[in-house]
Design a protein around this ligand. Structure first.
Ligand code: NAD
Length: 469
């Protein structure tokens, strides 16, 4: 482990009055987090604001080089970061989890370094010449969730820095150490005070959203918190990117091959033990394939070990916190009480250590059941039977949240036709939740607004400026 990380971890472990952070799998102490006071926040904003003109004054190519260097630094510290992430968040090292997340941080930094947002000539004729330029906004406030704390931080930091903004980042109160460590690693290569972390809970996020020295909030988290931030940002007319909650539908078409799609369906729903914004949270399956799809999913579920993240064979972990465990348990209990059929799971161990909830598949569930209509954000998938595709599409489109969706079929053209009728930010075909730095990502309806990734993502952290003569 590097000196900086040892130093950071010993500081957080010994932080006087710092709040204890426990491993959700074992209950062991991971460290203590400092909490930013209002004065700390003011100072952080003032410091990054002071550095912003100098950072924006560097060439675009130089800022891209800094992002490449940041990716190198993440890769050099990848294993320590993954282990800390696993202990604090709970996700296993292997599978699409901690090592995968740290790898994605480096990949997104490199991809963001490659994108270019060039000025655009809008009009050039006898009447006028007008050019669209993309200027930095100034200071970006980043507020993130606890499910993918490092990767989502990079999604906010990388484009902001690339476009000449400086950043104050407020990690989730559940997973601050992961983000503090990541920021520490990034700051081994970034100039001083272009990126500062302010650990704390909702009150710090609220103060950041209201802060007059902050020009934009990039927020990823629940729809409920997003609504509150939209109100708090109004007085200073901040720019906003809102990546909010999802309740993604997957629709299997009657020409699909259940065996061929089962593993993709499973990971589409259970990636990060279901704690993923764009995970598949409800699955609609036609009568003709219903039993086969259910059986194939149960077979896979039984093969995927759940347990303590640092044990190399595990690919599913605990819920990150007890509040989320309670939500999953309440929704599964409501489903069972309604008469839905338990295919596997739904039987949490009363003597468990840690916030483990068993991998749960629920069949023959009413389309209006709470487990279908509310975001469970955990390892429980309702499988809804349909006999009429139009009805399934109507159900899929019936909720306020519309982040992602997916269509599963042996005929991709037919699947695209169904996809076109779904309301969502992204609809995947024969996969679910496969984010890619080259493809803009964002929500429809109450899943938010604004886009991340690609050149569209760079525009979100830039002020359009037209020069006309
Ligand atoms: P959350 O809304 O509870 O918390 C997110 C962040 O907001 C945390 O840092 C929290 O401290 C902060 N916060 C809380 N109250 C605040 C306030 N009043 N003002 C400002 N900040 C405040 O969300 P969570 O439980 O950490 O994350 C889970 C949710 O995030 C799920 O709904 C999930 O779907 C969503 N999510 C969305 C995306 C996406 O890209 N759309 C990605 C990941 C997670």
């Amino acid at each position: 482990m590097t000196e900086q990380l040892i130093d950071l971890l010993s500081r957080v472990e010994s932080a006087e009055g710092g709040r204890e952070i426990h491993d959700p799998a074992t209950g062991e102490l991971v460290g203590r987090t400092p909490e930013a006071s209002p004065e700390d926040l003011d100072q952080a904003v003032a410091r990054v604001r002071a550095q912003q003109p100098g950072w924006a004054g560097r060439s675009d190519a130089q800022r891209a080089e800094f992002l490449e260097a940041a990716a190198d630094a993440v890769e050099a510290h990848a294993e320590e970061l993954a282990r800390l992430l696993s202990r604090e968040q709970g996700k296993p090292l292997n599978g699409p989890n901690a090592r995968f997340e740290v790898g994605a941080c480096a990949a997104w930094l490199r991809a963001t370094a490659q994108f270019r947002l060039e000025p655009e000539v809008l009009v050039d004729d006898d009447s006028a010449k007008a050019t669209l330029h993309w200027r930095p906004l100034g200071v970006v406030g980043a507020i993130g969730p606890w499910n993918w704390p490092m990767m989502i931080s990079i999604w906010q930091i990388a484009p902001s820095l690339r476009q000449g903004n400086t950043v104050v980042i407020k990690p989730s109160g559940y997973t601050p150490l992961s983000v503090l460590a990541l920021v520490e690693v990034l700051n081994t290569v970034l100039p001083e005070d272009v990126l500062i972390a302010v650990p704390g809970r909702g009150d710090v996020g609220q103060a950041l959203s209201r802060h007059p020295g902050v020009d934009k909030i990039m927020f990823t988290g629940s729809t409920q918190t997003g609504k509150s931030i939209i109100k708090d940002a109004a007085d200073t007319v901040k720019r906003l990117t809102m990546e909010l909650g999802g309740n993604d539908a997957g629709i299997v078409l009657d020409d699909a091959d259940p065996e061929a799609i089962a593993e993709g369906l499973f990971w589409g729903a259970f990636i990060n033990t279901g704690q993923t914004c764009a995970a598949m949270k409800r699955l609609y399956v036609p009568d003709a394939l219903y039993d086969q799809v259910c059986e194939a999913l149960v077979d896979i579920a039984h093969k995927m070990p759940m347990g303590v993240g640092l044990e190399e064979h595990n690919v599913l972990g605990p819920l990150q916190n007890s509040s989320q465990w309670e939500i999953v348990d309440r929704l599964v209990t409501a489903a069972v009480d309604s008469g839905a059929r338990v295919l596997t799971g739904a039987d949490p161990d009363p003597d468990r250590t840690g916030h483990f909830y068993p991998t749960t598949l629920i069949a023959d569930i009413d389309p209006d059941n709470e487990l279908v209509t509310e975001e469970q954000f955990g390892p429980a998938l309702p499988i809804i039977r349909y006999s009429d595709l139009d009805q399934a599409i109507e159900w899929a489109n019936s909720l306020e949240q519309a982040l992602g969706s997916s269509v599963w079929s042996s005929d991709p053209e037919r699947a695209e036709g169904v996809a076109a009728r779904l309301i969502a930010g992204t609809t995947w075909i024969n996969k679910h939740g496969a984010v890619d730095p080259r493809m803009p990502f964002g929500g429809a309806r109450q899943s938010g607004f604004g886009l991340e990734f690609g050149v569209e993502g760079l525009k979100e952290v830039s002020q359009p400026h037209i020069i006309s003569r």
